[in-house]
Design a protein around this ligand. Structure first.
Ligand code: NAP
Ligand code: MG
Length: 404
């Protein structure tokens, strides 16, 4: 069989530890035998980030702006322990944070639905994708703890010199205070990313805030989403999908009682908490995918989990662990499908679908990694290590591609 050709390179961001090992296996066994792979390769492994003073991360984000589609391996975010483990020059920032701030994107987290793994909420038959606003609010807040009675005030000084002042509270004793903000530009970017992704995946978009209580702050989110929606309303109608705004409390009721199949856009804090709830209900972090979408339609695909450090240390001692590669494979298939779509390369898009189908068939046949075996229902799982599991996927992929 002739290999599938590519016209535009995919931005490839390599990573760390166990996922770096998976990365190599996935490429060698599932991609390179079938695709004449063209990538702009950036090594975001911690060693190379340290060597380049993190320039490589910035370069990879700039390349994503240029080419439009990236696939990223999980990477270590350094902490104190990593400083000595890798003898680092500096405690480099999270690569995901750096890339996100350059692309100004929103992260969409979606579960991979597998027949034999039943969500803890049986009604949820279709994926629920959480879109979390990744800027501001309490994550960029300033906080105070006071010790005496006094008056707390909110003061804004404009560049024109204009002053706006409001009393927060007259305090009769010690208290805690918090100042938070968001920007119209960031909220609008968030809205655009959400509407683009809804159009892209042909799913309804839900958005929720607490605008009954926070009339100005959350009210602005609601209003900006409505304004941006005007640019998408025709496209939504054509695709027969819906934009639906509701109070966060009401959204929680509806989500629990729904069957899934939509995007739920959340403010920063709501998204942080709700994405943990959704991934837990669907089963496993190793079945969560994550895609960063910029307001101008650039995409970066990855798995939601980290570098699986504990498995890596066992790997270094000679064991081939049973680490689940499915979310990382879906990052590749997602990126290849998107690349194919943008380049009008049907073969490449079809290959992405086939790769996903091969993963799902392998799991349906009961072959799976250890993390899933505990959750599988209706079959007797055969636990495979990562290498055996990927080989099983490759066999199925081969037969899908030859029968199609
Ligand atoms: P983690 O790598 O997601 O792993 C936490 C635990 O979850 C693992 O020890 C493992 O449990 C289980 N797990 C996660 N993914 C799995 C998979 N694919 N297959 C099987 N089991 C899986 O999180 P972490 O240990 O907190 O973080 C490790 C490193 O990853 C850190 O340096 C962190 O900075 C980085 N990180 C990167 C990203 C990213 O690049 N997007 C995201 C999160 C964390 P058992 O050990 O019980 O089997
Ligand atoms: Mg969280």
């Amino acid at each position: 069989m002739e290999k599938i050709k590519m016209t535009t390179p995919l931005v490839e961001m390599d990573g760390d530890e166990m996922t770096r090992v998976l990365w190599r296996m996935i490429k060698d066994m599932l991609i390179l035998p079938f695709v004449d792979l063209k990538t702009a390769y950036y090594d975001l492994g911690l060693v190379e980030r340290d060597r380049t003073n993190d320039q490589v991360t910035i370069d990879s984000a700039e390349a994503t702006k240029k080419y439009g589609v990236a696939v990223k391996c999980a990477t270590i975010t350094p902490n104190v322990a990593r400083m000595s483990e890798y003898n680092l020059k500096e405690m480099w920032k999270s690569p995901n944070g750096t890339i996100r701030s350059i692309l100004d994107g929103t992260i969409f987290r979606a579960p991979i639905i597998v027949d034999c793994i039943k969500p803890a909420i049986p009604r949820w038959r279709k994926p629920i994708t959480i879109a979390r606003h990744a800027y501001g609010d309490v994550y960029k807040g300033v906080e105070l703890r006071t010790e005496e009675p006094g008056t707390a005030e909110l003061i804004f000084t404009g560049t024109s010199g204009k002053n706006v002042k409001q009393t927060v509270q007259k305090l009769t004793g010690p208290a805690v205070l918090q100042g938070i903000h968001n920007t119209e530009q960031s909220i609008e970017g968030f809205a655009r990313s959400c509407f683009n992704y809804a159009v892209d995946t042909k799913q309804d978009l839900w958005f929720s805030t607490k605008d009954t209580i926070s009339k100005v702050y959350d009210g602005a989110f609601k209003e900006i989403f409505e304004k941006v929606y005007a640019d998408y309303a025709d496209e939504f109608k054509r695709l027969n999908i819906e934009y639906f705004y509701t109070l966060i409390d009401d959204a929680v009721h509806r989500v629990i009682r729904s069957e899934g199949g939509y995007i739920w856009a959340c403010k920063n804090y709501d998204g942080d908490v709700m994405s943990d709830m959704v991934s837990t209900v669907f089963g496993s972090l190793s079945l969560m995918t994550s895609v960063l979408v910029s307001p101008d339609g650039k995409y970066e695909f990855e798995a939601a989990h980290g570098t699986v450090t504990r498995h890596y240390y066992r790997y270094l001692e000679g064991e081939i662990p049973s680490t689940n590669p499915v979310a990382t494979i879906f990052a590749w298939s997602g990126a290849l499908k998107k690349r194919g779509e943008l380049d009008e390369n049907r073969q490449l898009t079809n290959f992405g679908h086939s790769l996903e189908q091969a993963c799902l068939e392998t799991l349906s046949d009961g072959i799976m990694t250890k993390d899933l075996a505990d959750m599988a229902e209706g079959l007797t799982p055969v636990i495979a290590n990562t290498e055996v599991f990927i080989k099983a996927i490759a066999e199925r992929l081969n037969s899908i591609l030859h029968s199609g």
